[in-house]
Design a protein around this ligand. Structure first.
Ligand SMILES: Cc1cc2nc3c(=O)[nH]c(=O)nc-3n(C[C@H](O)[C@H](O)[C@H](O)COP(=O)(O)OP(=O)(O)OC[C@H]3O[C@@H](n4cnc5c(N)ncnc54)[C@H](O)[C@@H]3O)c2cc1C
Length: 435
């Protein structure tokens, strides 16, 4: 298998197709392994490549939103996914939504017709021991079991996570500063947390709305019992009115400076980045629908006008605990010939996964041609995602979608023009290197 003089890719999803396109554009042969239609994951149903398994939206197209900035960078790199999305766009306000059948058909035909790409309709089960040419693993959030085992063997025990259990992330600028106080439990001087105090009336209203809210159902392949150790807040709330007050909303060790008393309940926010633009709500993983999250969390005075950079969720998702395992070039630390791409890297979403396919394709081609792989500047949207994945922290990686908080610029919404210009300049540098 390894005698093939080209680059092998596992998975013809969004990332795999982007990578194949980038590599073939550079005149290099590709072998693209796709287990469909012989074997389908629990969510895939179409034999076509780049299947959109759920929503048909690739999020905002607005050039002043983070998702729009990312798209503009991908367009500069000739994204195949966006080429198809723009051809088969359906109207959806400011979002780039597509006719999913036409979208996947176009990509499948383009890949199948490409003389440099050989599609092999087989499951790829085992990462070979001796890898002499680049191999890109882009088998997605529902990677087959045998390959998942092999990835764990290759990257190390516990290197893979199988569920997202994520709390919402809020933009600091959107918090009501009069309605929270900074403090750490039992610490007078440490002010690491944002604490949003609730009165008894506010707490009871919040619990009632939480229980009554509209939730997303689990898919049949998502076993609910798995989440006992990491329950959605609404499930905790339904076990008794005080459960949350003795759990993630416990007020112990905290005194509200306004009242000089311990609040009835507290919601804590923990910082996500050093410049403190992004804050996650501690222990608030939830299956509430997105609009319901906005409505129910809006009951909390400090979050009245909160802007969500990421919504809470719990779903099946295979991804790498990338820091320390993956470099910002998408090469694995263990073997620079092995690349990880797509959602498996720890990014979240169609567009982000596609972007990670483009990067893996460009860098695998460069390694194949004995050139140094590219490190995207942290001022680009792509660079912020790569930095998030590869930055060495002791925190467990939580999957991340693109958002303004990642750009590490104070007051990102006010400084949007600066972010856009930095992205343009950063991409200019990249284009100059790869042209
Ligand atoms: C249930 C569910 C719902 C989702 N809903 C949304 C949503 O609404 N919006 C959004 O932005 N994102 C959503 N996502 C995430 C989305 O699926 C990913 O962002 C995106 O599809 C990832 O692209 P990818 O190329 O990494 O993986 P995929 O697009 O999943 O592609 C991976 C490919 O690899 C193949 N494969 C797997 N294992 C093997 C193997 N061993 N050998 C050969 N081939 C293999 C698969 O058949 C598949 O074709 C959802 C994910 C899931 C699981």
């Amino acid at each position: 298998m390894q005698k093939f003089n080209g680059i092998e890719i596992i998975g013809a999803g969004l990332a795999g197709c982007e990578a194949a396109n980038q590599i073939s554009k550079r005149g290099i042969n590709v072998r693209l392994y796709e287990m469909k239609p012989k074997k389908f994951s629990a969510a895939h149903t179409s034999p076509n490549f780049s299947e959109l398994v759920c929503s048909n939206s690739l999020k905002s197209n607005d050039p002043e939103k983070a998702a729009g900035i990312l798209k503009n960078e991908m367009l500069r790199l000739d994204s195949l996914i966006l080429e198809s999305a723009l051809k088969f766009q359906v109207s959806a306000g400011g979002a780039l939504a597509v006719d999913r059948e036409e979208f996947s058909n176009y990509i499948t035909k383009k890949i199948n017709k490409n003389p440099l790409i050989e599609v092999i309709s087989e499951e790829f089960s085992e990462i070979p021991i001796d890898i002499e040419k680049p191999l890109i693993i882009s088998s997605g959030p529902l990677t087959s079991e045998s390959l998942s085992n092999s990835i764990e063997k290759f990257c190390g025990t516990d290197s893979l996570s199988f569920y997202d259990s994520i709390s919402p992330i809020i933009l600091y600028d959107s918090l009501d500063s009069k309605s929270f106080f900074r403090a750490s439990r039992y610490e007078e001087k440490q002010a690491d947390y944002i604490n949003c105090p609730l009165s008894e009336i506010e707490y009871k209203k919040f619990i009632a709305e939480l229980i009554a809210s509209d939730k997303t159902e689990f898919h049949s392949f998502e076993k609910i019992k798995y989440f006992e150790s990491c329950l959605p807040i609404e499930v905790m709330a339904s076990r008794g009115e005080d459960t949350l007050r003795f759990g993630p909303m416990k007020p112990v060790g905290l005194i509200d400076p306004k009242t000089q008393r311990r609040p009835y309940a507290v919601i804590q926010l923990r910082k996500e980045n050093e410049n403190e633009s992004m804050w996650n709500i501690v222990g608030f993983q939830t299956k509430m629908k997105i609009n319901e999250q906005k409505r129910v969390f809006g009951i909390i005075p400090a979050l009245k006008k909160a802007e969500f950079l990421r919504f809470g969720s719990i779903h099946r998702n295979t991804y790498l605990n990338s820091p320390g395992i993956l470099k910002n070039t998408l090469q694995t630390v263990k073997n620079p010939n092995v690349f990880i791409a797509g959602q498996l890297t720890g990014v979240e979403g169609y567009t982000e996964s596609s972007a990670m396919g483009i990067v893996a394709g460009i860098n695998a081609s460069r390694v194949f041609n004995n050139h140094k792989p590219i490190e995207f500047p942290k001022t680009t949207a792509i660079g912020t995602l790569l930095n998030y994945l590869s930055e060495n922290t002791d925190k467990e990686l939580q999957p991340m979608n693109i958002n303004l908080g990642l750009f590490n610029i104070e007051k990102p919404k006010k400084n949007i023009n600066k972010i856009i210009n930095n992205s343009k300049n950063g991409m200019e540098e990249i284009i100059n290197i790869i042209k």
